[in-house]
Design a protein around this ligand. Structure first.
Ligand SMILES: [Ca+2]
Length: 207
């Protein structure tokens, strides 16, 4: 059955409004760890002498023990989006204890966010785990070597502002460098809620 002129006009209007909708404020600030600056690393060193090291400006870090991390770029880091990613590892020639951790975190408004996706490259996680947490609860952990693209965490159960974190944690005592982790390209999925609300709002104008 051919579409009626009224319905065609309505559908055209919906497409127009959908294209005209503003992108909105970014849910996660610096989700690709691209904005870098000099500063002090978790191990106490200064990043200013190395052009391939830096800190993601809009994230904050906390730690226990002797894990380390910073923004990094170049061949070794091999980011999946942009020029930089976030690198975490444990320090060489030091003893690490179960429960030691390092994480980068920020507060975000998770209202209407269905999922958070990210890319992560993991290496040598025998005694450590990489994790993604909300309000201190791990919703994803990883340890298998390789590049993992589009890992996803469901967050539709959260409304309002919550704290998200990416990190590494030590499972058993060991000495040396383990758990090399490269985080990049965090993104959110909210499209279902946006399309549904746009359609109902436009449809109500013709009823
Ligand atoms: Ca990046």
């Amino acid at each position: 059955m051919p579409e009626s002129p009224r319905r065609l006009a309505l559908m055209t209007l919906v497409v127009f409004i959908a294209l005209a909708l503003p992108a909105g404020a970014e849910v996660i600030q610096n989700p690709s760890f691209e904005l870098e600056s000099d500063g002090i690393l978790p191990n106490g060193y200064d990043t200013s002498g190395n052009s391939d090291w830096g800190l993601p400006d809009l994230w904050t870090w906390r730690d226990v023990g002797l894990c380390n991390g910073h923004g990094i770029r170049g061949y070794q880091a091999n980011p999946t989006d942009g020029q930089w990613c976030l690198y975490m590892f444990t320090m060489t020639q030091r003893t690490h204890q179960p429960g030691d951790f390092l994480e980068w975190y920020q507060d975000v408004d998770l209202t209407d966010v269905e999922q958070i996706l990210f890319d992560v490259r993991l290496y040598n996680h025998n005694q450590t785990r990489a994790y993604f947490a909300v309000d201190g609860e791990s919703l994803w952990t990883g340890h298998e070597d390789g590049l993992h693209i589009g890992e996803s965490v469901p967050v539709s159960q959260y409304t309002g502002v919550h704290q998200i974190a990416v990190g590494i944690v030590v499972l058993a005592q060991f000495e040396g460098v383990r758990g090399s982790t490269y985080w990049d390209n965090l993104r959110t999925i909210t499209i279902v809620a946006t399309e549904a609300s746009s359609w109902s709002r436009v449809k109500s104008l013709f009823e």
